[in-house]
Design a protein around this ligand. Structure first.
Ligand SMILES: *[C@@H]1O[C@H](CO)[C@@H](O)[C@H](O)[C@H]1NC(C)=O
Ligand SMILES: *[C@@H]1O[C@H](CO)[C@@H](O)[C@H](O)[C@H]1NC(C)=O
Ligand SMILES: *[C@@H]1O[C@H](CO)[C@@H](O)[C@H](O)[C@H]1NC(C)=O
Ligand SMILES: *[C@@H]1O[C@H](CO)[C@@H](O)[C@H](O)[C@H]1NC(C)=O
Ligand SMILES: *[C@@H]1O[C@H](CO)[C@@H](O)[C@H](O)[C@H]1NC(C)=O
Ligand SMILES: *[C@@H]1O[C@H](CO)[C@@H](O)[C@H](O)[C@H]1NC(C)=O
Ligand SMILES: *[C@@H]1O[C@H](CO)[C@@H](O)[C@H](O)[C@H]1NC(C)=O
Ligand SMILES: *[C@@H]1O[C@H](CO)[C@@H](O)[C@H](O)[C@H]1NC(C)=O
Ligand SMILES: *[C@@H]1O[C@H](CO)[C@@H](O)[C@H](O)[C@H]1NC(C)=O
Ligand SMILES: *[C@@H]1O[C@H](CO)[C@@H](O)[C@H](O)[C@H]1NC(C)=O
Length: 613
């Protein structure tokens, strides 16, 4: 506490030197539109629900368009995305021509602990809850030092409000006080949800100096957060479920995906990421959570909240963080393909796609290209496409260039493994890709013959879980009778603010923003890459290996572009072709910036000393 106050008063001292007003800053940023001026986004969260893809939060760089209609890279402004962005998925679109993207600004929803609206969070999770509800749920996340002078930048005063609900009909955000159930607000954890039961899951993550003003003492350090946060959106009940140490739930940058066709109520699959103690977690180490065992009561029995470990075989991807996962079931539910895309580790940014096929737990590489991407989110849109959202490119410096995917979207046909710009709402049914069929037997429609892991099941419970192939069953809801439920509280809570000063929350926010802006100016045009401030200092000058030895997109695509139900999509845009770079004003080649990812620590963000754990 003392340390925090010390650093705050240090900042207040700077106030007199820099007379920037909040109004100036708002004026400076008001013309930047998160959709129209999109340049690049990372650390965002997204969810697909009832025909709409929603994108919230994250860091965004903005760009102006020159007279020729091209992005003018000399105008890149670094900032945050303040709006909730919606992409209509009820009709086919082509992001190069006719995709429909709308957005809504986050309206004031009543002051909670001095916050006028939900703060912009980085590396949080957006959940959709039940399809039939009209609410979205924003959990976790941190604020970043990327550009603290951006309009409306705010660090939450406390870790009390870990969850915000958004009522889409009323257009109101409301804070949920999670302090009765959670110690803190984690960020950079792994998330997934079981939408048929309205359950949302968040494994691990970390806290850092941007989590809240009460954690600013961490400065550049981070602390891993263990456990699994489970949100029952049907009751707004939230619970931190204890997870055995062996699962390494205190991991960051991992992947969690819901696979609905196994077990009584589906399973969660947890893989990858890293812990501060152990570093990167190998990709053959797979953890499976039985969703039907979910028990949010205070003293669940030992067979509840059950995790199983299984070794995977085959061609496993390199260990990494910041990738994304989707799962697609075979038509007959005999297998499910978990697709892993992109990510980064130890200075390499990946452009590859691997499938982990269940229940054989076999890894198969299905794509490699040269459009490296990290901090990307992805969604399976039935029947058979994957939509990717955002992501950093070949450079860890997201301010150095703009995404060639100018709408922040890309489309992958999960059966042909063909990249394109067209989302086809009437795509044919999902076929298991040829490379996966070759590994698991059967055919494109299913009938897998390899139905258990090589070397057998690690635990008998696992084999039971994976012999239950879902037909159309409805499993009983999890027990939640004894848990405390929390209501959204968009109510002023001035009494809880022990500021001890006569200033209003708004005035303080203004001062803080102005002071922070002042600090930014003192440092000149400092760039800070929030996840690698320490790495950056230690490792400037190293380069990301070039991947010239890999097949080009067009090579990979031409091997993988059978027809998609006769639509011309694959032929028109068979692959993630290298963008025709708008004439940027590159200060230096992109690859030169890559050094910021390098380091003995695999993570971009892990800069906390091991003893913090
Ligand atoms: C930070 O945001 C302010 C306000 O929009 C903007 O003027 C400034 O250029 C931004 N800084 C960077 C490094 O982009
Ligand atoms: C948008 O383009 C796609 C692909 O060309 C086409 O299938 C779709 O019908 C178009 N949608 C609209 C609303 O024009
Ligand atoms: C789901 O989408 C349909 C079609 O857009 C809409 O009519 C319906 O109201 C939506 N359901 C909810 C719960 O918002
Ligand atoms: C954080 O901000 C809140 C609201 O402005 C204030 O009440 C609290 O004292 C601050 N905490 C610290 C440690 O600065
Ligand atoms: C969950 O509980 C673990 C201890 O079991 C704790 O370390 C962690 O901070 C908790 N997570 C949250 C988000 O409160
Ligand atoms: C596959 O499982 C899903 C539930 O995950 C179920 O709705 C569907 O009917 C099943 N399909 C077959 C062919 O059993
Ligand atoms: C990270 O990369 C460096 C340089 O390429 C290499 O020496 C080191 O062994 C790598 N570390 C890990 C954990 O892969
Ligand atoms: C990132 O790129 C921008 C634009 O090229 C440059 O001004 C900045 O110095 C770069 N930052 C780092 C850390 O290289
Ligand atoms: C599975 O194989 C059987 C016979 O071997 C065949 O009748 C059935 O159509 C196949 N099912 C699928 C989904 O391919
Ligand atoms: C949890 O309990 C609430 C009431 O306490 C109930 O409305 C809700 O349906 C329950 N949810 C589940 C998934 O059991």
């Amino acid at each position: 506490m003392d340390a925090v106050q010390g650093s705050m008063s240090h900042r207040f001292m700077l106030l007199g030197l820099f007379a920037l007003t909040q109004l100036d800053l708002v004026r400076a940023g008001v013309s930047l539109d998160p959709v129209k001026n999109f340049c690049r986004r990372i650390g965002h969260s997204s969810v697909y629900k009832n025909g709409t893809l929603y994108i919230n939060g994250g860091l965004e760089t903005y760009v102006d368009f020159g007279a020729d209609g091209q992005q003018d890279w000399s105008t890149i402004t670094s900032g945050i995305n303040e709006n909730l962005i919606s992409v209509d998925m009820t009709a086919s679109w082509d992001w190069q021509t006719n995709v429909s993207i709308s957005q809504s600004a986050r309206h004031e929803s009543g002051s909670v602990a001095g916050m006028q609206w939900p703060v912009n969070v980085h590396d949080g999770s957006l959940f959709g809850g039940l399809e039939s509800s009209s609410t979205l749920y924003m959990f976790g996340g941190t604020t970043s030092s990327f550009n603290q002078s951006f309009p409306y930048f705010e660090i939450p005063p406390t870790t009390q409000y870990g969850l915000w609900t958004y009522d889409m009909n009323a257009d109101v955000w409301a804070a949920v006080d999670t302090s009765g159930s959670l110690d803190t607000i984690p960020s950079w954890g792994a998330n997934a949800e079981a939408p048929d039961r309205g359950l949302a899951f968040y494994v691990g993550g970390q806290i850092d100096g941007g989590t809240a003003n009460t954690t600013q003492f961490l400065v550049d350090d981070t602390v891993g957060v263990g456990g699994m946060v489970v949100l029952d959106t049907t009751s707004n009940a939230i619970k931190n479920v204890t997870v055995d140490d062996a699962v390494k739930s205190n991991r960051q940058g991992a992947g969690l995906v819901y696979v609905d066709n196994f077990g009584d109520a589906g399973v969660l699959v947890l893989l990858g990421g890293e812990t501060q103690a152990d570093g990167l977690i190998p990709m053959d180490e797979i953890w499976v959570f039985d969703v039907s065992s979910t028990d949010l009561s205070d003293n669940p029995s030992a067979d509840k909240n059950k995790w199983y470990q299984q070794k995977a075989t085959g061609n496993a991807p390199a260990a990494r963080v910041d990738f994304c996962l989707v799962a697609a079931p075979a038509q007959d539910n005999s297998s499910s393909s978990i697709y892993l895309y992109g990510g980064t580790s130890n200075g390499t940014i990946f452009d590859d796609i691997y499938v982990l096929s269940l229940p054989s737990f076999t890894w198969v590489q299905v794509f490699t290209g040269q459009d490296a991407r990290w901090s990307v989110t992805c969604h399976f849109i039935p029947p058979r496409q994957m939509i990717t959202v955002g992501g950093g490119g070949k450079s860890s410096n997201i301010s150095s260039d703009c995404d060639w995917e100018q709408k922040s979207l890309a489309v992958l046909d999960l059966s042909t493994i063909g990249w394109g710009s067209v989302f086809d709402a009437a795509a044919p049914r999902y076929d298991v890709p040829d490379d996966v069929v070759a590994a698991i037997g059967g055919g494109p429609a299913g009938n897998a013959t390899k139905v258990e892991p090589e070397g057998g099941w690690a635990e008998s419970g696992l084999s039971q879980l994976f012999t239950i192939r879902k037909t159309a069953t409805t499993a009983p809801p999890p027990q939640n009778s004894t848990i405390v439920t929390h209501s959204p509280t968009p109510i002023p809570t001035e009494a809880q603010d022990n500021k001890g000063s006569g200033l209003s929350g708004g005035a303080i926010a203004g001062i803080v923003i102005a002071v922070v802006a002042g600090v930014a100016i003192v440092c000149g045009a400092i760039f800070f890459w929030l996840r690698s401030r320490r790495q950056h200092r230690q490792n400037v000058g190293m380069e990301i290996p070039e991947k010239d030895s890999l097949p080009s997109y067009s090579t990979a695509a031409s091997q993988n572009t059978p027809e998609l139900g006769g639509t011309p999509q694959a032929a028109e845009m068979p692959a993630k072709i290298v963008p025709e770079a708008p004439k940027p004003d590159p200060h230096e080649p992109v690859e030169k910036d890559a050094g910021t990812v390098q380091g003995p620590h695999p993570s971009l963000r892990q800069n906390g000393p091991a003893e913090m754990e």
